[in-house]
Design a protein around this ligand. Structure first.
Ligand code: ADP
Ligand code: MG
Ligand code: MG
Length: 252
């Protein structure tokens, strides 16, 4: 078992007026492999800030607290080093990368993540074919440039393809459901559910409860005002749907 721990985390960003703004105000969270956690919260509450900070985006400055994997701080590590530790971030707004095909990108990422166990072309293709099938991704996609000209739904499915190919220990999935129709949503959920094992943990960030009908989380956290204000079981997501975020204001 591997443990990802967020400990009393405070994070600042520099805004457009060049002033520092505190976004995260003491986030505590423990995710273990084998567990799926959902974080729900209104817009602007710091969910993406949390995911970018875990992955090591230098734009986000940790002013207090720590992020640890198996008790060891990962704060000194770069994004690449964190990826090698087994972290994966599926972004809310994935970047388009001209000049790099999907296939090249995935294969390079796999080999960089685990340079001592490079995958053979034959095994890579086998795994890619199988995974693309499962996610209903057509073959022409392999030679297309990374995310370029993709619809929102295609980008999200591509994120899940990367996830399934890379097999990280922890996946942070930031609003992978946004802009998806119900069929695409089901496919994305199928991909994530296929990853479920005692070697995989996930932090699923979502604005809506809908995704959680297809990916059953073990824990649900409500985030408001830059911290986790409530933690519960999958039931909490349903409660949230009923009372809305306003119903949780008194917890702040
Ligand atoms: P959420 O994902 O919950 O909608 P975000 O983490 O995207 O929230 O944003 C939280 C707050 O932090 C917002 O007020 C947003 O404007 C600010 N913020 C987030 N990222 C940046 C950034 N890179 N630069 C400046 N401000 C940011
Ligand atoms: Mg947002
Ligand atoms: Mg966000």
């Amino acid at each position: 078992m591997t443990v990802l721990e967020i400990k009393d985390l405070y994070v600042e960003v520099t805004n457009d007026e060049n002033e520092k703004e505190e976004i995260l105000k003491g986030v505590n969270l423990v995710v273990k492999t084998g567990e799926i956690h959902a974080i729900m919260g209104p817009n602007g509450t710091g969910k993406s800030t949390l995911s970018e900070t875990i992955m090591g985006n230098p734009h986000y400055e940790v002013t207090h607290g720590d992020i640890l994997i198996d008790g060891e701080s990962i704060l000194p590590l770069t994004v690449d080093q964190r990826a090698r530790k087994g972290l994966f971030l599926g972004m809310q707004y994935p970047a388009e990368v001209p000049g790099v095909t999907n296939t090249e990108f995935i294969r390079t990422a796999m080999n960089e993540r685990d340079p001592e166990h490079k995958i053979s072309i034959k095994d890579f293709i086998k795994k890619l074919d199988y995974t693309m099938d499962l996610l209903h991704i057509s073959e022409e996609f392999e030679e297309r440039n990374l995310n370029q000209g993709y619809s929102g739904g295609e980008k999200k499915r591509n994120e899940i393809l990367q996830l399934m190919m890379l097999e990280p220990k922890f996946a942070i999935l930031d609003e992978i459901d946004s802009g998806l129709d119900i069929d695409a949503l089901k496919i994305v959920a199928k991909g994530v559910n296929s990853m479920r094992s005692d070697r995989f943990g996930s932090l699923i960030i979502t604005h809506y409860q809908r995704l959680l009908e297809y990916i059953k989380p073990d824990f649900v956290h409500v985030m408001m005002g830059g911290k986790v204000i409530k933690t519960g079981s999958a039931e909490l997501a349903a409660e949230l749907e009923r009372v809305g975020y306003d119903g949780f204001k008194e917890e702040l």
